[in-house]
Design a protein around this ligand. Structure first.
Ligand SMILES: Cc1ncc(C[n+]2csc(CCOP(=O)(O)OP(=O)(O)O)c2C)c(N)n1
Length: 377
């Protein structure tokens, strides 16, 4: 296994002193080492992976140095546009090193949303003309690879990627970051929300653990999964899926359960939700100030005024809940009043160790959801 500290030291020895990215569970140990060992201004957790590429580009323009961009391969799609239309040798020819977590590697068990991306990642890098080195737990010459990768980036003034297999990095003992200590857990908040939904209401839940918590609570209540669309991939797009449904089915209340990391990832969605004014659209943001599902790396969401942004983009009602009783009254109001509405719930980080994963397939879930949407009120 690679020691994250030695790996980061090696990156720095080769001249890599700026890191931007979106965290990944497979790169969790590396991410916490980068966060812990970087000085202010040397590391930015970006809103999305395309933004990380842009930050890296800006860093290079200002310093002539080589930045490092880290991401889960799910984020490759977000990277493609700035990469091909700015960073590429046909355009500005910008040197940068990518570190990409390989979810869905063929032959390694993973969730359905990672399978296709896992299969096509190396061909995608090939098609984009990005040379790559694959790093796994058995590797004993990572230092040479990092050196070669930097040399290549320098020589060509173009990107190069290090693709990281599952289990490559050993544990990094980071000092515990101070986390917000809210009284509600995300799972409690989700259950409270689901308890107040009417029979015909539908729910679109965001990527990561929130969707797993939704699925498990429905299973526990034995009511089937037809009311829920789980946004298992496409992080940041849950509210636009909900908007797409809400606009077509104005007679049904459509709830979107969002995460703060996901909200930040494609925040432009708020402007559409507010401006198109679907009265049946109810947006709930579970704000723990972190990418909890992939290791708890911080977001800036507790430092910004999400309600103010929603209000400014045209949401009809906004509210915030921090406790169970505040949530009870906010949910009643959300239910009774026309939207578009946004309810922000402050929740603490953490999930149950034994949290399950959906037992049915995405296609089974989709079909049940569509049939349910068609059923008469
Ligand atoms: C485009 C993309 N980038 C990164 C990921 C990896 N990922 C899955 S869940 C998650 C964190 C989500 O954070 P948030 O929305 O705040 O919800 P929380 O887990 O904190 O409840 C990340 C980064 C992904 N699935 N897709």
């Amino acid at each position: 296994m690679l020691n994250p500290q030695e790996f980061v030291a090696c990156i720095k020895e080769n001249g890599g002193n700026f890191f931007a990215g979106v965290p990944d569970s497979l790169l969790k140990e590396l991410c916490s080492c980068i966060a812990h060992t970087s000085q202010p201004g040397e590391h930015v957790i970006a809103a999305n992976e395309g933004g990380a590429v842009a930050l890296a580009l800006g860093y290079h323009l200002a310093t002539r140095k080589i930045p490092l961009v880290y991401l889960q391969n799910s984020g490759l799609g977000n990277v493609v546009n700035p990469l091909l239309s700015l960073v590429d040798t046909d355009v500005y020819s910008v040197p940068m090193l990518f570190v990409i977590g390989w979810r869905g590697e063929p032959g390694v068990h993973d969730e359905p949303q990672h399978k296709k991306q896992g299969r096509v990642m190396l061909p995608m890098l090939d098609a984009m003309g990005i040379p790559f080195f694959v790093l796994g737990p058995d590797l004993d010459h990572a230092e040479t690879i990092v050196k070669d990768a930097f040399a290549h980036v320098r020589r060509t003034s173009a990107p190069c990627a290090l693709v990281i297999k599952k289990g490559t990095f050993s544990a990094y003992a980071a000092p515990q970051l101070k986390k917000a200590d809210f009284s509600l857990s995300r799972e409690q908040a989700i259950q409270q929300v689901m308890d107040v939904l009417a029979e015909q209401d539908v729910l679109v839940s965001t990527t990561g653990m929130p969707s797993r918590e939704v699925y498990e609570y429905r299973s526990k209540r034995g009511k089937g999964h037809q009311r829920d669309f789980l946004t298992v991939g496409g992080m940041g797009h849950a509210s636009q899926i909900a908007l797409g449904i809400a606009l077509q089915r104005p007679e049904r209340a459509v709830y979107c359960l969002d995460g703060d990391g996901a909200l930040l990832m494609h925040m432009g969605a708020l402007a559409l939700n507010g401006t198109l004014r679907p009265m049946n659209f109810k947006h709930i943001v579970l704000n723990n100030g972190a990418h909890d599902s992939v290791g708890g790396q911080p977001t800036v969401a507790l430092d910004i005024d999400i309600l103010g942004i929603a209000r400014a983009t045209g949401y009809a009602r906004v509210a915030r809940a921090r406790t169970e009783s505040e949530l009870r009254s906010c949910l009643q109001d959300l239910k009774d009043s026309p939207g578009p509405s946004l309810l922000e719930i402050y929740v603490r980080c953490g999930a149950r160790k034994d949290l399950g994963r959906p037992a049915s397939t995405p296609i089974q879930n989709k079909n049940a959801f569509m049939d349910f949407l068609e059923s008469p009120r």
